[in-house]
Write a protein that binds this ligand. Structure first.
Ligand code: ZN
Length: 424
């Protein structure tokens, strides 16, 4: 009896100890395996692989790369102030100030928020890869399949003058998408080029100088006549954003919200975020008006847009149904669409993944459906259903500005992740 009882207690103790151990050990195990050497990401700068004494690591699903190694390879001078624990790096017209363990860095005085603060590992400063890659004007792309980071910041020949050939572009206080926006230039404006740095051009307007992205302009002679130019290195990227419904067509209705209104609000948020990243945005509607379905896809086709994204919210007869889903369409019976099947599915997946991770609503997945705007667009296209107006929780969230902003950020991030990958 005693023995039997004793062994029971032992068994119970053993299980408790195991459970406690598992609690402590499993998070440690997953962190350790994420940082293991074999899965350490590769960094390719302008086509050449960089090698580091301390390898890049993945932390909180962000890649951290050795700051000095990448900055110096990009041609920057790097200083470390041990007393203040601040890294200062400069190259040409750009100065970057980066305090360790702080999530704010300065690029030419412009505060930039980092996903993860820079930290010191084995005596080296590691910082988030996108920031490190973009700080000195680089274009960063990430191939998740091969765990490879591509950074490109190659120089181009300095033209005498350039002409803006997209709707509106940012003028910045340095040659980097992280430098502050100090103005805008409109389509057709012509500028004399003062300097070139890593594919960016310094121009003068009035008594001020500013920098613009070299891939958003074309070279012209100073009097404005086009110079015979080879095909542009970076074709213009136009994203057409389509706020579903509008005007006399309200779409779905919740108890308070109309779908057409919330669609427009999210769509305009996505547009602002893309424009901040120097992507040209065209809206099929930018106010409460009716636009026919074929008119929407025609607009994108005529502009030869890179991507079309239609933004909707859902409804069901069952109030309990909630969550996020994203559609694409590329059946084998439509050869032109089928040729883009991989791209279309990836665009939908990229947006759906970001939305689910940022909104934490029910993941209803990526689906395929024959919807007019998906069938009639010639470029990769997707249609998002952010949440259900017929579900009380979803509708309450859609009335919250923070939720709407996060939805917009998620869709913009999905679009940019896809573009970085696909239109390299
Ligand atoms: Zn709709």
């Amino acid at each position: 009896m005693v023995n039997a009882k004793g062994s029971l207690i032992n068994k119970a103790l053993y299980i408790i100890i195991l459970a406690v151990l598992a609690l402590f050990v499993s998070p440690w195990l997953s962190t350790a395996s994420a940082a293991a050497g074999s899965s350490s990401p590769r960094v390719i700068l302008n086509g050449r692989q960089l090698y580091f004494e301390v390898p890049p690591i993945i932390q909180d699903s962000r890649t951290l790369v050795p700051l000095r190694g990448v900055f110096e390879a990009m041609g920057a001078n790097v200083d470390w102030n041990a007393a203040s624990r601040v890294v200062t790096a400069s190259k040409g017209a750009i100065t970057v100030i980066l305090p360790v363990d702080s999530s704010t860095a300065l690029v030419n005085g412009n505060p930039c928020i980092l996903d993860v603060p820079p930290r010191i590992v084995n005596g080296r400063t590691l910082a988030p890869l996108r920031f490190v890659g973009e700080a000195f004007g680089g274009r960063v792309t990430w191939d998740g399949k091969t765990k490879t980071v591509y950074i490109n910041n190659t120089s181009v020949d300095k033209p005498d003058a350039v002409k803006v050939n997209v709707n509106r572009i940012n003028l910045r206080n340095g040659p980097s998408t992280l430098a502050a926006v100090i103005g805008y230039a409109e389509s057709g404006e012509i500028f004399e080029v003062l300097e070139e740095q890593d594919g960016w051009f310094q121009i003068r307007r009035g008594d001020k100088t500013a920098w613009l992205a070299g891939w958003l302009v074309v070279a012209v002679s100073p009097d404005g006549t086009p110079e015979p130019e080879p095909e542009p290195q970076h074709p213009e990227r136009i994203v057409v954003l389509d706020a579903g419904h509008g005007g006399f067509d309200p779409g779905a209705s919740g108890r308070i919200l109309k779908e057409k209104d919330i669609n427009l609000k999210i769509t305009q948020g996505v547009g602002r975020l893309l424009e901040q990243n120097d992507i040209t945005v065209v809206y099929t509607r930018n106010d409460d008006r009716y636009v026919g379905l074929e008119e929407r896809s025609n607009m994108a086709n005529q502009l030869n847009a890179s991507i079309f994204v239609s933004i909707h919210n859902n409804a069901s007869n069952l109030p309990s149904v909630s969550g996020t889903e994203t559609y694409f369409y590329a059946p084998a019976s439509e050869p032109e669409l089928f040729a883009q099947r991989d791209a279309r599915a990836r665009l939908a997946k990229a947006i759906q993944t970001e939305l689910v991770s940022m909104l934490s609503r029910n993941d209803r997945g990526v689906k395929e459906a024959n919807l007019s705007v998906l069938r009639n667009t010639k470029m990769p296209s997707a249609l998002v259903e952010v949440a259900f107006l017929s579900n009380p929780t979803d509708e309450a969230l859609l009335q919250n500005n923070d939720f709407v902003n996060r939805a917009a950020l998620a869709i913009a991030n999905g679009i940019m992740a896809f573009m970085n990958d696909y239109y390299r």
